[in-house]
Structure formats: C-alpha cells, structure tokens
Design a protein around this ligand. Structure first.
Ligand SMILES: Nc1nc2c(ncn2[C@@H]2O[C@H](COP(=O)(O)OP(=O)(O)OP(=O)(O)O)[C@@H](O)[C@H]2O)c(=O)[nH]1
Ligand SMILES: [Mg+2]
Ligand SMILES: [Zn+2]
Length: 308
C-alpha cells in the first residue's frame, strides 16, 4: 500500500499497489484508497492483473510509471499461437471455471482450464450458473468432475440467495473467474460485489450491443478477498513448460500412468498401458482421456515446430 500519507492535493511521488487491469503499456493500480493510472517503465517490463508493483513519478507531479514487479506466488498462463507462454493473471488463490447451459458448454475448454490450474497447482472449482434454465443435460458430465473431487456450485447470478455457499468458498485471496463468453462471469461478480459496477471502467459493448469483458479486471470482495473477471474465450490451452506436462495436467491420468509398463508411456498405443486399461474399464472417463490426447498432441506439435 501507499507508504506516504497523501497531503490533500499533493500527489505522492512513489508507492506500491496491486494491478487491477493491464492495458498493454499502461495499467490501473490500486494504491490504498485510490486507483491510479500508471505507465510502465521501459519496454521489457510486463505486468498482469494481480501483480504487486512499485511505481514512481520520474518528475514531481508528473505521470506515474510502474518501476518493478514483486516476485509472483504464481501466474496463470495460456499458450499463444507460436507456442509461447503468455501470462493472464498473477498471485491467484483459486481458479473458478464458470459453465452454464447457455452458451452450450465446451467441455474441452473446461478440461484445459483445469489443466492450466493443475500445472500451476492452483486449486480449481466449478460454478454452474443459470440454474434457472434447464441444466439436466449437463448432469452426466458434471458427475465426472464431482468424482474428481472438484467442487461445483450451482447458482443463479440474479438470485443472491443462491450464492451463499459460493461466497463462503472464495474467502481469502484472489479467485479468478474464467470460461466461455456469456456464461455469466461478470454477472456473478456484480451479484457478489454490489459496487463492482462502480469499480468498472473496462466494460465495452460488442456489435450487438452486449457488454463483454475485454481485459482481466480485479475487484475487491472484502478486506482479504478479491475476484478477477476474465474475458470470455473461444479456446484456451496452458503452455507445456516442461516434460510430461500433458500427463501432469490430468490428475487421474497421472495417477493411473504410474502403473504403465514403460516409464515414458504417452498412453496412446504403447503396450501394457494402465491408462488405456483404466479408460476401457470405465475408471477414467473417455472424454477426459480425449482431452488429454488433444492437449498432448498440441504440445507435441509445438515441440516439432521448434525442432524443425
Ligand atoms: N437466465 C440467466 N441468465 C443469466 C444469468 N447470469 C447471467 N445471465 C445472462 O447471461 C448473459 C451474459 O452474462 P455476462 O455476465 O456478460 O457473461 P460473461 O461470462 O461475463 O461474458 P464475457 O464478458 O463475454 O466473457 C447476460 O445477458 C446475463 O444477463 C443467470 O443466472 N440466469
Ligand atoms: Mg464478462
Ligand atoms: Zn500408459
């Protein structure tokens, strides 16, 4: 927080704060009670939502610029089109993947978000929003995640009385809401934080005039807790980063994989593969196995490109 007490009308010349939103070469930084627009020093320095930063005014009364980013406890990353990791948000306590009956769920996106969290050891939970609509078609798929011990909160954003258990589970630290566009991430944040709309400056409207979120944005829930609203996605994949990342992304495949005959088994067509045996026996769900195969193929395609 801001070390200097601000005398009325005199802007402090340095301080620290948390990045609320990043706009490329500038960012909105929460410092004590005020949100400050800051530039970013140099060309190398990159900041993301949730970063703790120090800022300074190079000239007295001039524009503030972020000088350095404090070490991150973790960072959620996605893979870009060249296979490089791109940071989305930092210092996250938990990742909440929001799904809804409408838009129709893409379970592979859900699996890849869970994979991204698993790779960074960030605890994950599911939020099934829009339970005022017919959710019966989702029951079988949701059972897969319940069996993996991933909590799933069934809510209706517009009815705050449905949000009590969810609210209790996001106490302490930052919870990042991710998922397809239109599932209701921003609606949930507005319901959980009544003054979130007042904190908002990054909502934009698309061609049909709908509000849609364009950059990750952090909101204060209470003294100890915050929520990060993320833009909706058409696709998401975590970066590989290290050997066997695909296997490490799927907890049940990693567990079964320990019993494969070969240490370097990819669980594709190798003989005596315990993972394929578990899929055949119905112990690992086929769709999760397919998610694993797709992610492994994606990682391998980037490795092949690099080695070419
Ligand atoms: N029926 C119903 N509609 C909801 C509920 N929650 C949100 N909606 C509607 O779903 C639409 C999308 O909501 P948003 O909160 O903008 O969704 P989002 O996930 O933030 O979307 P992006 O910012 O594009 O990623 C809006 O028209 C909301 O009114 C709900 O619980 N039930
Ligand atoms: Mg939104
Ligand atoms: Zn195997």
């Amino acid at each position: 927080m801001n070390e200097r007490i601000l005398a009325a009308g005199t802007p402090a010349d340095s301080g620290s704060g948390i990045v609320l939103a990043n706009f490329g070469r500038s960012a909105l930084v929460q410092c004590a009670a005020e949100a400050l627009h800051c530039g970013i020093r140099g060309r190398q320095l990159r900041v993301v939502c949730g970063d703790r930063v120090r800022w300074q005014r190079p000239a007295p009364g001039g524009a503030a610029a972020i000088q350095e980013v404090e070490p991150r406890t973790n960072v959620l990353e996605r893979i870009d089109s060249r296979g490089q990791p791109e940071a989305i948000a930092a210092n996250i306590q938990r990742l909440a993947v929001v799904i809804a009956p409408e838009p129709k769920p893409d379970w592979f996106i859900l699996d890849r978000y869970l994979a991204g969290a698993q790779l960074k050891e960030i605890p994950a939970l599911l939020i099934l929003n829009k339970c005022d609509l017919d959710v019966s078609a989702m029951a079988a798929d949701l059972m897969i995640y319940r069996r993996l011990n991933i909590a799933c909160h069934e809510v209706i954003a517009k009815r705050t009385e449905t949000l009590a258990a969810l609210r209790a589970s996001i106490q302490g630290g930052a919870t990042m809401l991710v998922g397809q566009s239109g599932v209701g991430k921003s609606s949930l944040i507005n319901a959980l934080i009544p003054d979130a709309a007042a904190q908002t400056s990054t909502l934009s409207r698309d061609a049909e005039g709908r509000h849609t979120t364009t950059t990750a944005r952090r909101y204060q829930l209470d003294e100890r807790s915050s929520l990060i609203d993320a833009p909706g996605v058409r696709d998401f994949a975590p970066p590989a980063g290290y050997d066997r990342a695909a296997e490490h992304s799927f907890m049940e495949i990693r567990a079964a994989g320990a019993r494969c005959k070969f240490n370097d088994c990819r669980h594709f067509d190798e003989p005596h593969c315990a993972v394929r045996a578990a899929v055949a026996a119905g112990l690992i769900h086929e769709r999760r196995y397919e998610s694993y195969r797709r992610l492994l193929r994606l990682f391998e395609s980037f490795t092949e490109k690099r080695n070419r």
